[in-house]
Design a protein around this ligand. Structure first.
Ligand code: ARG
Length: 250
């Protein structure tokens, strides 16, 4: 009888050990993961004018990835410049913000596989006939500070990069005639062109090819794995395409 009881006790102990082991291996489900985003970038991430909620293609995408991988995420609105600095310092677990995967950035943060491809697109006032694409850029060119657009404009002789904290301010200055063009990622450029078709036009075609990745703080290898699995799942089951159509990023 004694033997039986001790066997039963042993069984209980083993089961509870097993349960704890299981729950800790999927422990990512309970720990909150902070996701930084610069919500000034339509249609990828921005604040809804009415509700002030952060919405957009990448917001829906990260939510879909989180649901697939059972991750508990909290989205934080962080301006672009501190977002990159924060990722380098490990202030946030990860960031989704149309971040182009570059060799320089890879030194400071890790990246998931690329989930989207975009390119730099020049936008000018509708009446402009002298700027016909990236090769003929001249004068002050509006960009978002520290973006790949900023770097591209700096490469063009005769063009002066004029950095703004947010791209909406650059488009405003372009429409007011304060600058001669804006250079930014093509879905964002096209959003503004479609919004103000009487004032703006896109010239030339997208002149870079850039892969977007979710930036992950160095050392967070489990999170990186989860995000990559989630991205793959969203590509495989059509979620990515469905969201792209819905948010008009294609
Ligand atoms: N793709 C560009 C880059 O990585 C611009 C991204 C800006 N994103 C944003 N949410 N403001 O530099």
């Amino acid at each position: 009888m004694k033997k039986l009881i001790s066997l039963a006790v042993l069984g209980l102990v083993l089961t509870s050990l097993l349960l704890t082991a299981c729950s800790s291996s999927s422990g990512t489900a309970s720990a909150k993961i902070t996701v930084a985003t610069d919500a000034t970038w339509r249609p990828f991430e921005y604040k809804d004018d009415k509700t002030q909620q952060i919405i957009g293609f990448e917001i829906d995408l990260i939510k879909a990835i989180a649901a697939k991988e059972n991750l508990n995420i909290e989205i934080k609105n962080v301006p672009w410049d501190p977002l990159l600095a924060g990722m380098a310092q490990g202030t946030y677990d990860c960031a989704i913000s149309s971040i182009t995967i570059t060799a320089d950035r890879k030194k400071e943060m890790d990246f998931t596989d690329s989930y989207w491809t975009a390119g730099q697109q020049v936008v000018v006032q509708k009446a402009n006939t002298s700027i016909t694409g990236n090769k003929t850029l001249s004068g002050n060119i509006g960009v978002q500070l520290g973006t790949t657009g900023d770097l591209e404009v700096q490469k063009v002789k005769g063009a002066v990069s004029k950095p703004y904290d947010t791209i909406d301010l650059a488009f405003l200055d372009l429409m007011n005639g304060q600058i001669s063009a804006v250079v930014c990622d093509n879905p964002v450029s096209m959003f503004y062109v479609n919004q103000y078709p009487d004032k703006l036009k896109a010239v030339g075609s997208a002149f870079t090819s850039e892969g977007y990745g979710i930036a992950v703080a160095k050392g967070k290898t489990d999170l990186l794995k989860n995000l990559n699995n989630g991205i793959k799942a969203c590509k495989d089951d059509g979620t990515m395409d469905k969201l792209a159509v819905q948010w008009k990023v294609k």
